[in-house]
Design a protein around this ligand. Structure first.
Ligand code: CP
Length: 342
């Protein structure tokens, strides 16, 4: 696998005023957004933008992101264009493609048209999960950013889920988790190989917040080396650290936060049979109360497979932050849209 496959940090800013990844913003901006999210949660009045329009384009399913963006739009008095994959034409993303197959519309046309109707366009586009090199280019987000002519907000792409990360930053603040505290991002077993957007974003968010981050996973489930490199840069700039561990007891010792997430192996990307065989012996990678350190908070972005990724006892326990994380999506996105549209 090449280590030069990802966009460089400068290129992350796929739209001059939009949001592709939190890492494109200074830490001070992230903190301002998290603080504003907390203020909005506490009852501050949103800075409404009547006459402006928000486009939502979901090429994959969503519960939290969809509901929270719709509510954020209502709070900001935005007009909404809400589209999903069932309601739009199948889209071609390749430049110069001869479109004689099943795809009826080119992304560049769809992007330019939607850009005529809205002031900011938010997009969800998961990886196809077939060709790693192609997925690492995050083609839909970058294609829309190139052709829409309006700021783009990433509602979860191949590589990043910045709105989840911003909500999680605010959640950590609201629960007074100290900046230098230890956050363990732990891999968990799941019946399917899942995308890397959330683990990438959690790692980099916690590093940028200045935390001691440990990525805990079994051998063969490493995050992309360039994502780890970016986490190291963000950690170094913000007084934090980032490292990998394969040892559950060692990694979890002293953790203030256990953030569970499953993700697929980069080594078997697109090969379902090989991935299934690889994870078959890893079924005990489930977060139970036995693994939870004394006093540690539990986090997960949802949706979650209960009693597979995490036991009911942990996720329903008093130190689980999952509902706050989800609620903070509304406030974080309201804060983000206020800023983009100001
Ligand atoms: N966490 C999150 O993005 O949830 P949805 O996939 O339901 O939007």
């Amino acid at each position: 696998m090449s280590t030069q496959q990802l966009q460089t940090p400068e290129q992350h800013q796929v739209s001059p005023d939009g949001c592709y990844t939190l890492g494109q913003f200074d830490s001070s901006v992230c903190q301002e957004l998290a603080d504003r999210a907390t203020a909005l949660k506490g009852g501050a009045t949103p800075d409404a933008k009547p006459g402006k329009a928000l486009g939502l384009l979901f090429l994959n399913p969503s519960l939290r992101t969809s509901a929270s963006f719709q509510r954020a739009a209502a709070r900001l008095k935005l007009e909404l264009v809400n589209l999903n994959s069932q309601g739009v034409w199948a889209m071609e993303s390749e430049e110069g493609a001869i479109m004689d197959g099943t795809k009826a519309e080119h992304m560049k046309d769809a992007a330019a048209v939607l850009g005529c109707f809205v002031d900011v366009l938010a997009i969800r586009a998961f990886p196809a999960g077939v060709d790693l090199e192609q997925d690492l280019k995050d083609p839909v987000l970058h294609g829309f950013a190139k052709h829409a002519g309006v700021p783009i907000v990433n509602m979860e792409s191949t590589l990043w889920h910045p709105c989840q990360a911003l909500a999680d930053w605010a959640t950590l603040d609201q629960h007074q988790v100290p900046k230098p505290a230890k956050l363990v991002l732990t891999w968990a077993w799941h019946p399917k190989p899942l995308p890397h957007a959330v683990p990438n974003s959690t790692l980099c968010m916690a590093a940028q917040r200045g935390m001691e981050v440990v990525v805990l996973h079994p051998a063969g489930y490493q995050l992309h080396p360039e994502i780890m490199a970016e986490a190291h840069v963000l950690a170094a700039a913000n007084g934090g650290s980032a490292r990998v561990s394969h040892n559950r007891a060692e990694a979890l010792d002293g953790a203030a936060v256990v953030y569970a997430k499953s993700w697929g192996s980069l080594d078997t990307w697109g090969d379902a049979e090989a991935e299934t065989a690889k994870r078959a012996p890893l079924g005990d990678w489930c977060v139970t109360s036995k693994q939870m350190p004394q006093g540690a908070k539990f986090m997960h972005c949802l949706p979650v497979r209960r009693n597979v990724v995490v036991s009911d006892e942990v996720i329903d326990g008093p130190r689980s932050l999952i509902i706050d994380q989800a609620e903070n999506r509304l406030h974080a996105q309201t804060a983000l849209l206020e800023r983009i549209l100001s």
